[in-house]
Design a protein around this ligand. Structure first.
Ligand code: HEM
Length: 509
């Protein structure tokens, strides 16, 4: 009898517990999905156009990012929905041109900050110029700028020219054997050797070896892996915690990260302990360093890593993109005009001065157009709105929202450019056919106080290395590189070798 009562009691208790659990689950789910539905269709971002699925969930955006196609999808979303698109539940993408660049990236207050989910502090825990807070960014940027001034650039001229000559010599050795050359690899070897020489007082021996060092290969791989793990972390608080614990806090990963960091740290320490034979990025900075204007030793290390990553692959990408574009059948006329301009003005790298190169109008237009069609930094540079919100393009954006001008979507937008997909240097030369183009929408080096610190150096390098190639070689794209530009994007372009046949230009011609 008592057993029967106990059973009934037990049944009752377990039934009520099950009911309670179900009720709670339904309640939590209703609240959660109610909130998701509210945010998507009635919340403050619901007035911005975009696909409903992207307003409801991060998953479509994370998926297109993981497969390296998000930049292309965003471009088509802007063509369909206009200058502002809600690309995620809490992210707005702009292709609004000059006005949006000014509102999001300029000095003007209120100023959104770099999105901390995207910009991570390096392994030594010391913020560099990219990840520092506003006050430290201004301090570091002011100090570092001395190494990038016009005066400083003049001092780098002999160094830059010697690397351009070395690049030509190494390529000529390969050309004389009749084989094809991977231009992308050689351009990367050159820009890494240049940056090594400018940041550490010596090249990295890559042109000499004709190979990218394992350190460089690890850095390249890190962009794709980093994109994947960032997406997993962005999915939810739980996945973020799991990745943090299992991956970034694992001993194996930390050791590997330190090994990579060591590569720059030890070279930086060596440079700080000696005076290089030529003026480099630190010469002026060290000469002027005093009191509060100093960088700490950790800041030297962090920024050295940044220079090696930011100031190398980008320039090589711009140049490889240009070589590809100039050797398309429909762009041959542009290549011939460029050859006439360069070969008409100089006969060898020795003849060149950085100043005289900067006066070549057609080359300037060619590089501008290359940076528009194939920007080395094609993906969004996300910023987070201040808690009180802010106005962009006449629209109020609430606080804590991710906003960005999407470079690729902007530079190739039909609202800003006629024939946006085509390579047309004449649009930069006042050709009336392109009078309605919004050239000020093109900001491949970003805009405002956090724009590219190395812009001027990048321009000198691009002009010099392009001129060196034009003066010395006639290039033919190999068949296997015909569709080279069809690339996935993991923050940067995922590039295959750019195979070319090189024929040395006869000096008598
Ligand atoms: C064609 C070549 C280059 C392109 C297209 C390019 C593009 C950019 C872009 C878009 C940014 C903004 C990044 C952001 O806000 O997240 C940037 C920042 C930066 N770039 Fe470049 N870059 C190039 C070459 C260089 C070179 C040669 C250096 C030399 C070291 C350099 C050093 C930097 C630094 C230090 C920053 C951070 C500036 C700051 O936060 O104040 N870049 N670059």
């Amino acid at each position: 009898m008592s057993t029967g009562t106990e059973n009934t009691l037990e049944q009752l208790t377990s039934t009520s517990f099950a009911r309670l659990a179900i009720t709670l689950t339904v309640l939590v789910a209703t609240t959660y999905y109610g909130r998701v539905l509210y945010d998507a269709f009635l919340g403050p971002l619901s007035k911005f156009p975009g696909p409903k699925l992207r307003a409801l969930s991060k998953v479509p955006g994370l998926y297109t990012t993981i497969i390296g196609r998000d930049a292309y999808v965003r471009s088509s979303l802007h063509e369909k929905y206009g200058p502002i698109v809600r690309v995620n539940p809490t992210e707005l993408s702009f292709n609004g041109g000059a006005e949006a660049w000014e509102a999001i990236y300029s000095f003007k207050k209120p100023k959104p900050v770099r999105d901390p989910q995207f910009y991570a502090v390096g392994v030594n825990g010391c913020p560099d110029v990219v990840t520092a807070d506003e006050a430290n960014h201004s301090r570091q940027r002011k100090i570092l700028s001395t190494g990038f001034s016009d005066q400083a650039m003049k001092g780098y001229e002999p160094l830059l020219k010697s690397w351009a000559e070395k690049m030509v010599t190494e390529m000529a050795k390969l050309a004389s054997k009749g084989g094809e050359v991977d231009m992308l690899k050689y351009l990367n070897c050159t820009t890494f050797d240049i940056m090594g020489d400018l940041a550490f007082g010596e090249g990295l021996g890559m042109l000499e070896d004709g190979e990218l060092s394992p350190w460089v290969q690890t850095i390249f791989g890190a962009f794709k892996a980093g994109t994947f793990w960032r997406c997993v972390m962005q999915y939810s608080a739980l996945t973020s915690w799991l990745v943090g614990q299992l991956l970034f806090n694992s001993k194996q990963v930390r050791v590997k990260q330190w090994e990579n960091f060591e590569y720059c740290q030890s070279r930086m320490d060596k440079r700080l302990a000696s005076e290089p034979a030529h003026s480099d990025l630190w010469s002026r900075i060290l000469a002027k360093s005093d009191g509060a204007e100093k960088l700490s030793r950790d800041e030297f290390h962090s920024n050295a890593v940044t220079f090696m990553v930011a100031g190398t692959e980008t320039t090589a990408t711009a140049l490889s993109g240009l070589i590809y574009l100039l050797h398309q059948d429909e762009n041959r006329h542009a290549l011939e005009k460029l050859k006439d301009e360069v070969r008409g003005r100089f006969s060898s790298v020795g003849d060149i001065t950085l100043e005289s190169l900067a006066r070549l109008e057609y080359m300037h237009a060619i590089i501008q157009e290359g940076l528009r069609v194939y920007p080395p930094a094609p993906s969004q540079l996300p910023r987070r709105t201040p808690s009180a919100g802010m106005v962009v393009n006449g629209k109020f954006i609430p606080g804590d929202i991710t906003i960005d001008v999407h470079p690729l979507a902007t530079f190739k937008s039909s609202t800003h450019f006629k024939n946006p997909q085509q390579f047309r240097p004449e649009r930069w030369l006042g050709n009336p056919e392109y009078k309605d183009d919004h050239l000020d929408a093109v900001e491949p080096f970003s805009y405002g106080p956090q724009n590219c610190l190395g812009k001027s150096l990048a321009w000198h390098e691009m002009r010099l290395l392009l001129a060196a190639l034009i003066l010395n070689f006639d290039v033919e794209l190999a068949a296997e590189s015909r569709n080279w530009i069809d690339q996935r994007i993991y923050v940067l372009w995922e590039k295959k070798p750019l195979m070319c046949a090189l024929k040395q230009v006869s000096k008598s011609s």
